[in-house]
Design a protein around this ligand. Structure first.
Ligand code: NOJ
Length: 436
């Protein structure tokens, strides 16, 4: 079987500002909720992360060496707007200006995420996502970025992983800003984020028509444990039940009737929150095995020794998840274009004596997942590109630096980068445009 991808397929890698930049108080940057979280916990800290604020030129060379056509990175909102609102901090913007220019000089297309969980602390202090005002601030920020960078950047993602960012940050209290709000307040938070997205898209399009705007979303991915008609049907029910609370308003402009609580919605909101996206990005790592059950579906329990990524118990080896993730979103919402905006695996960070990280488990994972993506494309599902998470071993949020999701090993004391075996493998894949 040949696993060649279409000619126009875009290969990329992904990262996020707070996880790689460091320079937390350099160049006039303001604090974000993650600075506050880290400094308070005094356990893990993204103060330096991967030193990309200083070493971005080297990162661009690594990308060039891999041969990727695209790089997904995020803008740190408090770096460009230290209080969350105008005026722009020119020194902060300069950083992204230079990065974008260097990428383009090396024929690498920037895909920019506007919000990867690092809300300016000043906005959290006035209510954060519990306040509708934050949605207006977001739209201004999005507009400013398109005004300043949109002459060179055309691909944007409004938000990264709303369910994880909000769920862990505002419901479970394990990510910044570490709140545990009640269900009604939580529904309103999600609604405000959707309002922000709608306002943002409108502002971006008004500022500069022709921008290509999507989202990096992380829906649950039910996978039929047996691929027969009954299981596939159960899977579609599971997809709706687990994801429609956010995806129905976003793609259909309605909240599903089965929700236990609804947010308060203002006139015009449902049109606003369903402002059309040009593409949907999917961050897919794992899946949920599903079978028919009393609610139309039920989840299948995993045995204790099911293959799971080193140290991240949610990251299970389920290659079919990449196929089903694209098929579900295509079938239920009929989106125009799909990108895999993240996919990856954490491998042991130990390097062996030869100074070479033998992350063959990552190679196995990526190969199997990408072959399932090829399967989706061969069925006509409009997948346009793939971003591997991540370029570097970076700051994995509450897990700090213990995880190794990068193609490059990073020494977090010095910032030194070294390729792992998977970097060589990915380079071969990109070069051949084929999953080898
Ligand atoms: C998704 C998040 O977007 C990213 O920030 C995180 O590092 C990866 N998952 C791996 O957990």
């Amino acid at each position: 079987m040949n696993y060649r991808m279409p000619k126009s397929f875009q290969w990329g890698v992904a990262s996020a500002a707070y996880q790689v930049e460091g320079g937390w108080n350099a160049g006039g940057r303001g604090p974000s909720i993650w600075d506050t979280w880290c400094h308070k916990n005094n356990r893990v800290s993204g103060d330096n992360a991967c030193f990309s604020y200083q070493r971005w030129r080297e990162d661009v060379q690594l990308l060039k060496n891999l041969g990727v056509q695209a790089y997904r990175f995020s803008i740190s909102w408090p770096r460009v707007l230290p209080t969350g609102r105008a005026p722009i901090n020119q020194r902060g913007l300069d950083y992204y200006d230079r990065l974008v220019d260097a990428l383009l000089q090396n024929k690498i297309k920037p895909f920019v995420t506007l919000y990867h969980w690092d809300l300016p602390q000043a906005l959290e202090d006035t209510g954060g996502w519990q306040s509708r005002e934050t949605a207006y601030a977001y739209a201004d920020y999005a507009r400013l970025m398109v005004e300043r960078l949109g002459d060179r950047v055309t691909n944007w993602m409004t938000f990264n992983e709303i369910p994880t960012g909000i769920g862990k940050g505002y419901e479970l209290g394990i990510y910044a800003p570490a709140l545990k709000v009640k269900p009604k307040a939580l529904a309103l938070i999600y609604h405000h984020v959707l309002v922000a997205q709608g306002l943002g898209i409108r502002a971006m399009r008004a500022a500069r028509p022709g921008q290509i705007i999507g989202i990096a979303h992380d829906p649950f991915t039910p996978v039929p444990v047996i691929e027969d008609a009954a299981h596939i049907k159960a899977c579609a029910v599971a997809y709706e039940r687990l994801n429609a609370y956010l995806m129905d308003p976003m793609f259909r402009g309605t909240y599903p009737k089965f929700l236990p609580v609804f947010p308060e919605v203002k006139t015009g909101d449902m049109k606003l929150v369903s402002e059309p996206l040009d593409f949907v990005g999917l961050n897919i790592y794992s899946g949920l095995y599903t079978e028919p059950g009393k609610d139309g579906y039920q989840l299948v329990k995993f045995p204790t020794h099911y293959p799971t990524s080193e140290g991240l118990d949610w990251l299970r080896f389920i290659p079919q998840a990449l196929y089903w993730a694209t098929r579900h979103v295509d079938e239920r919402y009929g989106v125009k274009a799909i990108y895999i905006t993240e996919n990856g695996w954490s491998s042991d960070r130990q390097r062996d004596v030869a100074d070479w990280c033998n992350d063959v488990d990552r190679i196995l994972y990526l190969r199997c997942y990408l072959r399932e993506l090829h399967h989706a494309i061969s069925e006509g599902i409009p997948v346009r590109g793939y971003f591997l998470w991540s370029l570097l071993d970076n700051f994995e949020w509450a897990s700090g630096y213990s995880k190794g999701l990068g193609l490059y090993y990073v020494n977090h004391k010095t910032g030194e980068r070294r390729p792992k075996r998977s970097a060589g493998w990915y380079k071969t894949v990109v070069h051949a445009n084929t999953v080898v």
